[in-house]
Ligand binder design. Structure first.
Ligand code: PEP
Length: 253
């Protein structure tokens, strides 16, 4: 099945307003025409509204990097899914490894976030991935399977769901999974998605690869049959690099 690739940039905690506007100007200049891939920029909360204005009239979409699972209330420092919609978001990343491992987010919490985000029409990019010791102990499949089980169930809206396989040892380290390593986990994840949602839906769902995707390695990764684009951290902060990665996704179609 031909799945439309999806490339999302995760800005993490980078860019002030001036730098963000310059980056978006670079993207606008180079991504003017029609794209055969979906593209999103996931900015810090404070940049969502101004970046929504910057992407106006382009095919680039806006995403957040996290959300709370309640819609409002006494949750100091948190931002809710309806607030993200109001700020112009179409997407939200849930379960990024930094949320799991730095901020201690549990599977139960992530499941609530997925449900709450979809309830207001946000498309969820749900991240999974093993740590280095998991991989070295041969536990990669067990870990990603449990991360899938924690958050996913047949009642979710699969039109509002993308998976991102991000081996933790490859995020921000410059170490990328080889195309064979990525393909093997993506095929495993797709088989497990088939168990939850049925085979037809699993074939339709996109699974991004994330972990030190760069212009020089994107083509080989995106050409893998079960890799449907990427979730890009460091390289999305440089317009030319992000555009080159998007071009690699376009060429993989
Ligand atoms: C990420 O932030 O999801 C990521 C994959 O980062 P990087 O591309 O820098 O490894």
């Amino acid at each position: 099945m031909n799945r439309r690739p999806f490339v999302a940039g995760n800005w993490k905690m980078h860019n002030d307003l001036v730098a963000a506007r310059a980056l978006m100007a670079g993207l606008r200049a180079e991504l003017g025409g029609a794209l055969n891939v979906d593209v999103a920029v996931c900015t810090p909360f404070t940049l969502l509204y101004p970046m929504g204005r910057e992407i106006d009239g382009t095919s680039i979409k806006l995403g957040a990097q996290n959300c709370h699972f309640e819609s409002k209330g006494a949750f100091t420092g948190e931002v809710s899914p309806p607030m993200l919609v109001a700020a112009g978001c179409d997407y939200v990343i849930v379960g990024h490894s930094e949320r799991r491992h730095v901020f201690g987010e549990s599977g139960d919490m992530l499941r609530k976030k997925v449900v709450a985000a979809q309830a207001v029409g946000l498309h969820v990019i749900y991240c999974i991935g093993e740590q280095l010791d998991d991989r070295e102990a041969g536990n990669t499949e067990r870990v990603v399977e449990s991360q899938l089980q924690e958050a996913l169930s047949a009642d979710l809206n699969t039109d509002l769901l993308t998976l991102a396989y991000e081996p933790v040892w490859a995020i921000g380290t410059g170490k990328t999974a080889s195309p064979d390593q990525a393909q093997s986990v993506h095929a495993f994840v797709r088989a497990k998605l088939g168990g939850v949602f049925g085979q037809e839906t699993a074939q339709r769902l996109r699974i991004q690869y994330g972990g030190s995707v760069k212009p020089g390695n994107a083509k080989a990764l995106f050409e893998c049959p079960d890799v449907d684009g990427g979730l890009v951290g460091g390289a999305c902060l440089v317009a030319d690099d992000f555009v080159a990665i998007i071009s690699a996704a376009q060429d993989s179609v």
